[in-house]
Design a protein around this ligand. Sequence first.
Ligand code: CA
Length: 217
Amino acid sequence: MRILVAEDEKAIADLLAEGLRRHGMDVDVAYDGAAALACLAAGDHDVLVLDRDLPEVHGDEVCRRLAQSGATVRILMLTAAGGVADRVAGLGLGADDYLAKPFSYAELVARVRAVGRRRVAPIPPVLERAGITLDAPHRQAYRDGRYLPLSRKEYAVLEVLMRARGTVVTTEELLERAWDERTDPFTTVVKATVSKLRARLGEPSVITTVPGGGYRL
Ligand code: CA
């Protein structure tokens, strides 16, 4: 999941970014509203963690402009004011969720994950990475031009890994994104599917196991 943290208090911004990275997220940081908009225009972010009271371009205005431009990034707004009126105003401007400071770190991570899951990212018709080509409209995969006969789940896992573009995807995220129902709470099914996918992709191996329960391609 790719995140942009927009917060003008640098110490807080960097702390939030560091914490989200520890949860396997790919995090950029902007210290004002103008920088946030520029960063969003240049990257394919899933979630914007947006401090409402931002210099240069106010958080409300950032929301407004994103809504106008049809951006698909999901917005989690942070604000010092926890009043109902502020909350309603923020959501009315296009924020997907709202968190009043001070908040618990666990709650932030949970909310970021929840709004990120709601994003419907534009799917590029063809994804290419490390010699692997994914033809998304036809759900077919190739390695160096050779067709790969993948099961539905193997394809889904490969697509999630390729869309992460080299960032770590946790086992939990794979379960959420590639499986419709959580039929196996012990995540052994993910491990087994990745293992089969590796065999199908052949050598040299392109999927790296990351200590702590994740994968990257
Ligand atoms: Ca602020």
